[in-house]
Design a protein around this ligand. Structure first.
Ligand code: S3P
Length: 438
């Protein structure tokens, strides 16, 4: 699929975004380990989460589907997974593979986890190595998928993560539910803490101190009755479009507002954009509410480094687009993790935004953008990366002339309905099927 985008005059209106991806993976996986039936609505029916659903079913957990995002999960308790009869296909989803590695480390049967070519390029030793220290047998393929896991009697571990990663932290906390003694994970900077909040809401025993988070081996997990809030990482594209396009005003209700996910909103505010956060309630220990954004009169540059980086780790593609419109030099450092996401986001962003006229330099751990530049419409490529595809689509709304984003089907990995949402807000965006190959 390709996207064709025309410059937008203004975006206006209120629109919801689909359920949060991180919470959708976790709610389903943890419901599978709970004692009894969980009901999940607003669950994200996107390719990455469908991979988790396939794996959960392959591990013997019955899941009824009452609608695309409406699931009934018949959990069988912490010990209730069954040996899969075939490799578990995680598709392109790093969260699926890494969290499952942690859970399967608690089971004595052997499992193999596989993924598509893109996922098979991403590092898995960061999870395998500490799980081995806990006593699990884990083999990677030169550090990558396919991954073999056979768990057993695990020992609790005190582990200092070399990088801020919620996926690695979550894998170790989940394995900690099955270990003898406490497991403590210490991060260089706080990453998203959904695993901690959701497990605690289900009855697990977790403690935080200044340094890290500790989980104690597993009391029974209570089932969930959860309506999942919208994904702030999807909302980010709409906020950015509203900030960049004169005359715009956009409201997004029902969004997850966990502070570990709001770094991009902080960054926009620091650049002078009129963006507001209104917390209106709580779901399973997570703040939820409304995000609003209006067109900015002027955007200033920003230096992004240190603990802000993990709080906006998925938003750097759209942040780079915003930076092209800021007056001055915007620098991102301490973000080498961007090189091992769905694409090498530093290299891919620099290559594609340059096609549109942006002045952007790559660094080993980030990038520098000199703004403002008048972007030109161009034919650009997603590199198979959903967040890059959507960021380039927003760049197309701001650019002069038409833009085509090639290979944009990957948007369905996290934001089904992206095109329709932009259209509803007033943008001229069109999804075109690829011509049949001869
Ligand atoms: C995620 C954690 C982050 C993030 C990813 C989702 C999660 O990855 O980039 O999109 O749900 O735990 P890392 O743990 O690799 O930083």
């Amino acid at each position: 699929m390709r996207l064709r985008i025309r410059p937008a005059s203004r975006l206006q209106g209120a629109h919801r975004v689909p359920g949060d991806k991180s919470l959708s993976h976790r709610a389903l996986l943890f419901a599978a380990l709970a004692e009894g039936t969980s009901r999940l609505s607003g669950w994200l029916p996107a390719a990455d989460c469908e991979a988790t659903l396939r794996c959960v079913r392959a591990l013997g957990i019955p899941v009824e589907r009452l609608g695309p995002g409406d699931l009934c999960v018949h959990g069988r308790g912490l010990q209730g997974l069954r040996a899969p009869i075939a490799p578990l296909d995680c598709g392109g989803s790093g969260t699926t593979m890494r969290l499952l590695m942690g859970i399967l480390a608690g089971f004595p049967f052997p499992s193999i986890l596989t993924g598509n070519a893109q996922l098979s390029r991403r590092p898995m030793e960061r999870v395998a190595e500490p799980l081995r220290r806990m006593g699990a047998e884990v083999h990677t393929t030169d550090g990558h998928a396919p991954v073999f896991v056979r768990g057993g009697a695990l020992r609790g571990l005190r582990y200092r993560l070399p990088m801020a990663s919620a996926q690695v932290k979550s894998a170790l906390l989940l394995a900690g539910l099955y270990a003898e003694g406490p497991t403590t994970v210490i991060e260089p900077a706080p990453s998203r803490d959904h695993t901690e909040r959701l497990l605690a809401a289900m009855g697990a025993t977790l403690e935080r101190d200044g340094e890290g988070v500790t989980v104690h081996p597993g009391p029974r997990l209570r089932p969930l009755d959860l309506h999942l809030p919208g994904d702030p990482s999807s909302a980010a594209f709409l906020l950015a479009a509203a900030v960049l396009i004169p005359g715009s005003a956009v409201r997004i209700p029902g969004v997850l507002l966990n502070p570990t996910r709001l770094g991009f909103v902080e960054a926009l505010q620091a650049m002078g954009a009129p963006v507001a956060v209104a917390v209106e309630g709580e779901i399973a220990g997570e703040p939820v509410g409304t995000l609003t954004a209006c067109a900015a009169d002027r955007l200033g540059p920003l230096e992004v480094s240190g603990p802000l980086v993990p709080r906006m780790i998925d938003e750097f593609p759209i942040f780079a687009v915003v930076a092209t419109q800021a007056e001055g030099t915007t620098r991102v450092r301490d973000a080498a993790e961007l090189r091992v996401k769905e694409s090498d986001r530093i290299a891919a962003l620099a290559a594609e935004l340059r096609r549109m006229g942006a002045r952007i330099e790559e660094h080993p751990d980030g990038f520098t953008v000199h703004g403002p530049t008048a972007l030109r419409g161009a034919v650009v490529h997603s590199h198979g990366d959903h967040r890059l595809a959507m960021a380039l689509a927003v760049a197309g709304l701001v650019a002069e002339g038409g833009t085509t984003v090639e290979d944009a089907g990957c948007i369905g990995d996290s934001f089904p309905g992206f095109v329709e949402t932009l259209q509803a807000l007033g943008a001229e965006v069109e999804a075109l099927e690829d011509p049949p190959r001869p």
